[in-house]
Design a protein around this ligand. Structure first.
Ligand SMILES: [Zn+2]
Length: 155
């Protein structure tokens, strides 16, 4: 992830920080700080978490992060998700069924903040079970791959 995007998440207060101290030897106290930016989930499977896509990789202007708000980021991530759903890559975080762009089983993009910052997609009808499926996850134990690339047109 580019530093600019990390800094943007820091500015929006969306970075989680994990501080590890190795206290055995007080002379050489080592502090390890890890930060975790928000993720996007294609499903609830461990292998389906992705780093947040970078708007610049999808045709946004190089300086877009200077003026993007969190709402802009939500809109961008939703565009990315719509492409992923069209490609048949996304499953409902609760019932694990593949989502589509049809009207029959509508879904919503949700940005959760507990136990980690993460976008995910869930059917309207499944939303009430979401907390159950988020419980027990540890943000620093979730690994994430690079996000899929989609070619999308900007309005
Ligand atoms: Zn569902």
């Amino acid at each position: 992830m580019r530093n600019e995007l990390l800094n943007w998440f820091a500015r929006e207060k969306l970075l989680l920080t994990d501080v590890l101290t190795s206290g055995d030897d007080p002379e050489h106290d080592e502090i390890k700080i890890t930060v975790k930016p928000p993720l996007v989930a294609l499903s609830r499977a461990d292998s389906d978490f992705r780093e947040c896509p970078d708007p610049v990789d999808f045709g946004y202007p190089p300086d877009c992060l200077d003026y993007m708000t969190l709402d802009d980021m939500h809109a961008f991530v939703l565009s990315w998700y719509e492409k992923a759903v069209e490609a048949g890559l996304v499953k409902c975080f609760v019932c694990n069924k593949i989502l589509d762009m049809g009207d029959e089983k509508p879904w919503d993009a949700v940005f959760v903040s507990n136990p980690m910052y993460c976008w995910l997609l869930v059917h309207f009808d499944c939303k009430r079970y979401l907390n159950r499926d988020l419980r027990g996850r540890h943000p620093f134990e979730v690994s994430s791959a690079r996000p899929e690339y989609f070619d999308f047109f900007l309005d």
